[in-house]
Design a protein around this ligand. Structure first.
Ligand code: 48F
Length: 239
């Protein structure tokens, strides 16, 4: 009941979504994160091909340090960290900063009314979604929404299904994720962290998928930096 109206609603508790939530909560915004699965962390637990290590570049290390995650220098410009320590620490810091994470909730739609702005989210229990039951959902109101759903950019997808090609992209549609190119992807994911539709910001792999940039494998610095960029953008808008 306390979270039916929030400042920022974030879809997906992967690295980008939780990082955005942490920065926004530290700035005293009321933040709710909705995560379909039982566990938070998205693709970060699995490190690189299930070896429990993530890689971050120098820029990303700043955020590891902010969270207090230990890292080892690998070679000039690159650091590694334990994926389990990374997820659990980011989650703990995010919750302690005041963000509320709701797991086992799936976001199935957005709320758009006469202003033509995303004003909230439509939620249901993940168990209802998995069982394909016909159960009416619950709606919450948010000043801003972040799609941090990873490669599938689910919130943007549902928006386009309902509204047509209305995005702030060259075609108005989803440009589609491109093949692996880690260095380019790490840079573009931060630049792609934009408001793609009024009220809706994309972060993490969702940003690269929507804006047509490559994937990057187990380098996670861009996810953290994109989360921070989304928080900064929204804090600037909401004041
Ligand atoms: O996929 P995910 O970890 O997203 P991310 O923050 O990070 C991407 C990396 O993990 C990795 C990569 C780095 O090199 O490429 O893939 O962009 O986390 C996305 C989270 O969103 C949840 C999903 O279960 C996952 O935990 N999610 C997806 N769709 C929904 C959702 C939905 N409709 N409702 C609720 N949660």
């Amino acid at each position: 009941m306390d979270y039916l109206v929030v400042d920022v609603a974030i879809v997906g508790a992967g690295p980008s979504g939780m990082t955005a939530a942490c920065y926004l909560a530290e700035d005293d915004f009321k933040v709710a994160v909705f995560e379909r699965k039982m566990s938070v962390g998205g693709g970060m637990w699995g490190g690189g091909m299930m070896f429990p290590r993530i890689v971050v570049q120098d820029e990303g290390k700043e955020i590891l340090d902010k969270f207090g995650i230990r890292s080892d220098k690998y070679e000039a410009g690159y650091w590694t960290a334990d994926s389990i320590e990374s997820v659990s620490t980011i989650c703990s810091k995010t919750v302690k900063a005041g963000a509320r994470i709701f797991n086992l909730i799936s976001v199935e739609d957005v709320m758009i009314r006469e202003k033509g702005v995303v004003e909230g989210l439509v939620l249901n229990w993940s168990a209802v979604e998995m069982a394909k039951l016909h159960v009416d959902p619950l709606t919450i109101k948010a000043d801003m929404v972040i799609d941090a759903t990873g490669h599938d950019c689910e919130v943007v997808n549902v928006l386009l299904r309902k509204m047509g090609n209305v995005l702030n992209t060259p075609t108005g549609g989803i440009m589609g994720e491109k093949p692996m190119w880690a260095e380019a992807a790490e840079e573009s994911v931060v630049n792609n962290t934009v408001e793609v539709y009024p009220g809706l910001v994309v972060a993490g792999m969702s940003a690269n998928a929507v804006m047509g940039s490559p994937r990057m494998g187990p380098i996670f610095g861009g996810m953290l930096l994109s989360g921070r960029a989304a928080a900064k953008l929204i804090a600037g808008k909401l004041g």
